[in-house]
Design a protein around this ligand. Structure first.
Ligand code: NDP
Ligand SMILES: O=C(O)C1=N[C@H](C(=O)O)C[C@H](O)C1
Length: 246
């Protein structure tokens, strides 16, 4: 049986080393190589798919390098906004055979949490997000919380809802970051991996939707499914929802 070649940007990092283990353990894939910060990108070897778990400051240069070379990509690195996604679409349009998957979270439970949150959103005037991570994380708010805020905001807009109620006029920063009108609070704590609570409120009741990744193995089924997906789906795919049938 022939195997699919996978190169890894960020291979020495927490996620990159987990991807290396998962790809090595998969019967139908093999690791062709990997590169870390400062190393030549050619070190990913003869890869059909490059997986990127690096840094928000590094990921765009890796995409600019891979796509014109015909290398498909699965990207978990955070820091994407509309401008960055538009550039990825542009690169894919110029290189029509190439597929790029960008997902802020590859765990099945996190994807379900985001979908449940979007479903709940129209029923609750109040909505806030608490994201909790290990203290070595570079970015805040997390990519997952920003994606969740976007989905909640879209559901609220579709339901014709106005802004969340909030009388705060003196804020020394305790109300968190605001993404698409939704407040996000970030916690960085030793002992944590990746966790999120979405809190909803209306008169007399609240609803809390919580997801916990206790181990980075939780992201691997989504990453491996994404690797097989991109080789047959040219252009940009956002999130793993369609890949896992949600
Ligand atoms: N989508 C998802 O499901 C998930 C996404 N993430 C995201 O993945 C990213 C990485 O997370 P994590 O593994 O915890 O971080 P780490 O800091 O553990 O690993 C990052 C790795 O990337 C390397 N790196 C940095 N810049 C470059 C570059 N220009 N080229 C190649 N390698 C580079 C680092 O090398 P060096 O150490 O030499 O600097 C390091 O090995 C983050 O954005 C995080 O939010 C994390 C978990 C799940
Ligand atoms: O840095 C992490 O660890 C994680 N990053 C992603 C994010 O920013 O949402 C996904 C997950 O939360 C773990």
């Amino acid at each position: 049986m022939s195997t699919l070649g996978v190169g890894i940007f960020g291979i020495g990092g927490k996620m990159g080393s987990e991807v290396r283990r998962a790809v090595t353990a998969a019967e139908d894939m093999e690791v062709t190589g990997g590169a870390d910060l400062g190393e030549p990108r050619e070190r990913i070897g003869d890869a059909a798919v490059a997986v990127d778990f690096t840094h928000p400051d590094a990921v765009m240069d890796n995409i600019e390098w891979c796509v014109p070379r015909g290398i498909n990509m699965v990207i978990g690195t955070t820091g994407f906004n509309e401008e960055r996604l538009a550039r990825v679409r542009e690169l894919c349009a110029a290189n029509p055979g190439v597929g790029v998957l960008v997902a802020s979270n590859f765990s099945i439970g996190a994807v379900l949490m985001m979908q449940f949150a979007a479903k709940a959103a129209p029923f609750y005037p109040s909505a806030e997000i608490v994201e909790l991570h290990h203290p070595n994380k570079a970015d805040a708010p997390s990519g997952t919380s920003a994606t969740t805020a976007g989905k909640i905001a879209a559901a609220r807009a579709a339901a014709g809802m106005g802004p969340v109620p909030d009388a705060t006029v003196h804020d020394a920063g305790a109300r968190g970051a605001v993404v698409d009108g939704i407040h996000i609070h970030g916690v960085r704590l030793q002992g944590l991996v990746a966790h999120q609570e979405v809190l909803f409120g209306t008169h007399g009741e609240t609803l809390t939707i919580r997801h916990d990744s206790f181990d980075r193995a939780s992201f691997m089924p989504g990453v491996l499914a994404g690797v097989w997906w991109v080789i047959d789906h040219p252009g940009l795919t956002e999130g793993i929802e369609t890949i896992i049938g949600l």
